[in-house]
Design a protein around this ligand. Structure first.
Ligand code: PMP
Length: 361
């Protein structure tokens, strides 16, 4: 098979070495005679896999000791309900602040409104979600239950690369689903970071939540017990059966990241990959990326063709070259290249070569 590069937004490309190791260990994990899929989550084998994954993620992101790492289920969208159910109980008359930067923060706003008052402190709607409103214009609530941001809008390709200044005591909740582990972050600036695994972490089905201790233990009575952060934290993510195989693969990805220089080295590679791709798009009038340059995502690059009649030909030509899953999200159309950690620079170069060639044709 010739080389394939997979630009899917998620579930997305995983490191080849990880998939190879998983294949080698599929039937018999480390001489245990069992596949990881067949192990009790309470047995010593799986507990060792779990603890290593937790520790490696903690090391990679330098997660401080006063934060718990939870491996949950339900995906990013479930957290849009789970987070308010766990966090608004700290306030008598809770308000949740949001900055609306695209599709995913939009969904979070809608869902949170079922649990508390919502204040859209700033919105990029007027720009068509191609920028981040200047921080000075955010109308933040002084005693908000929290401020929610989607720090990388997977569909719109808008990335927030800073932790904003917030009123004292207001925790920042960040949906980092599509750029977690792609760049260095100071976890201590956030109250809670969450993300579905299926982009930069591992297979769909695992949802990572990194939450500060003082935000745990305030769940509303209506919160399902399996989604109460306290139950999940006290039981090391094993209040109910966790997504064991997904956690195992995530653990292999964490080891792969460590072997390859950790998040700092990944970030350098990601800067270079994004630079290459945006430069190619900007160089030819045939292509258009609409995002304001300071907020262009390093992970998800949506783009359009000036000639609308060429989309099918573009995608067919890409597929013939082994460049897969470049179709844009159905809500915005166009094209999108997701270039997560596991996408090698050679894959981005192959796409750039194709972009140049197709435009000339
Ligand atoms: N947030 C972001 C930023 C996402 O990209 C996605 C999925 N693409 C979600 C939330 C929803 O995640 P899930 O499908 O795992 O519920």
């Amino acid at each position: 098979m010739s080389t394939i590069y997979n630009f899917s937004a998620g579930p997305a490309v995983l490191p080849k070495e990880v998939l190879q190791q998983a294949a080698d260990e599929m039937l018999d994990w480390h001489g245990s005679g069992m596949s990881v899929m067949e192990m009790s989550h309470r047995g010593p084998e799986f507990i060792s896999i779990y603890r290593a994954a937790e520790q490696d993620l903690r090391d990679l992101l330098a997660v401080p000791d006063n934060y718990r790492i939870l491996f949950m289920q339900g995906g990013g969208l479930s957290q849009n309900a789970v987070i308010p159910m766990n966090l608004v109980g700290r306030k008598a008359d809770p308000v949740i602040d949001f900055v609306h930067t695209g599709s995913w923060s939009g969904k979070s706003i809608k869902e949170a409104a079922r649990y508390a008052k919502v204040n859209v402190a700033a919105s990029a709607e007027a720009s068509g979600y191609t920028t981040v409103p200047p921080q000075a214009e955010w109308q933040l609530t002084p005693d908000a239950a929290y401020l929610h941001l989607c720090t990388n809008e997977t569909i719109d390709g808008v990335e927030i690369d800073f932790a904003p200044t917030v009123p004292a005591g207001v925790p920042i909740v960040a949906d980092m689903s599509s750029h977690i582990l792609s760049r260095q972050v100071d976890v201590s600036k956030y109250g809670l970071i969450f993300g579905g695994a299926q982009k930069n972490i591992g297979p769909a089905g695992v949802t990572v939540v990194i939450v500060r201790d003082d935000l745990i233990g305030h769940a509303l009575p209506l919160c399902p017990s399996a989604f109460d952060f306290r139950n999940v934290a006290v039981n090391e993510s094993m209040y109910n059966t966790p997504p064991t195989y997904g956690i195992y693969i995530a653990g292999l990805v964490f080891q792969w990241l460590k072997k390859n220089g950790g998040v700092a080295a990944m970030e350098q590679r990601n800067i270079e990959k994004a630079r290459l791709l945006y430069a190619a798009l900007d160089a030819d009038d045939f292509y258009q990326n609409r995002v304001a340059p300071p907020y262009r995502s390093r992970m998800n690059v949506p783009f359009y063709l000036r000639d609308e009649s060429q989309y099918e030909a573009f995608l067919a030509g890409a597929k013939a070259r082994g460049l897969l899953q470049l179709k844009g999200h159905k809500s915005v159309g166009g094209l999108r290249a997701s270039i997560y950690n596991a996408m090698p620079i050679e894959g981005v170069q192959a796409l750039v070569d194709y972009l140049n060639e197709f435009a000339k044709r």
